[in-house]
Design a binder for this molecule. Sequence first.
Ligand code: ADP
Ligand code: MG
Length: 255
Amino acid sequence: MSTVTSFLDIQGITVRFGGLTAVNKLSFQVQQGSIHALIGPNGAGKSTTFNCISRYYQPTEGCIVLDGQNITHWHPDRMAGVGVARTFQNLELFGELSVYENVLLGCHAHSANTLARLFSRPSAQTREWVDSLIERVGLSHDRDTRANELDFGHQKLLEIARALALKPRLLLLDEPAAGLRNRDIENLDRLLTELSQRDGITVLLVEHVMQLVMSISDCITVMSFGEKIAEGTPKEVRDNPQVIEAYLGKGATRA
Ligand code: ADP
Ligand code: MG
């Protein structure tokens, strides 16, 4: 039997905001190349956990180990350099810039002086790469549309394309399916599965759209009130009474 070492190892992290413990001694492991979902009711601490991994928040306790390196105290600017890209629950796009320009900026996210790079002419190779990413997320028809003219769902896809421009090894997606129509959710399902299976990218996502989570996830970690309450395959998690109770309230499992 071979031992699988995890790509991302969250070891007992705690995050406090004043008197509120948003994340409480949380541990979980994400395997390389897998799709791993973090789910739980609103306020469970999912986005806070993401912000610790991408290094925007500092846990008061615990460790975050990425590919064998302890990154717990790293500055967020170093994350792109080790192949960690993320999208935000509330979008962070350049609204006045086109789809193409937003993705192009993603290519430069780990080089200094991003704006200067935008105004110099990119190489043919870079332009092709950017266009291939736009096509991959299904936004070719909107290549020259300003980001703030896209509907919310398409802005989310644009954020994914921009994150992919970094050639990430770990992609952190905070509610990528929020605001997407059914057809777009199916496209997202296909895209994420392909990124994991074909490109070997590790995907960690926070998501409320259960249809997507259950379809694509290799492993699901369930949080409630800052703590891990369950973990396993989609089937294991779906049938877990504690998970049902966390979502539906006490008594739901007896009904
Ligand atoms: P989720 O993403 O699971 O909905 P969050 O991680 O956003 O949950 O929030 C967990 C808890 O921490 C919530 O009670 C939220 O109000 C609180 N929280 C999150 N971010 C901050 C912050 N920057 N300052 C104070 N409280 C915060
Ligand atoms: Mg959140």
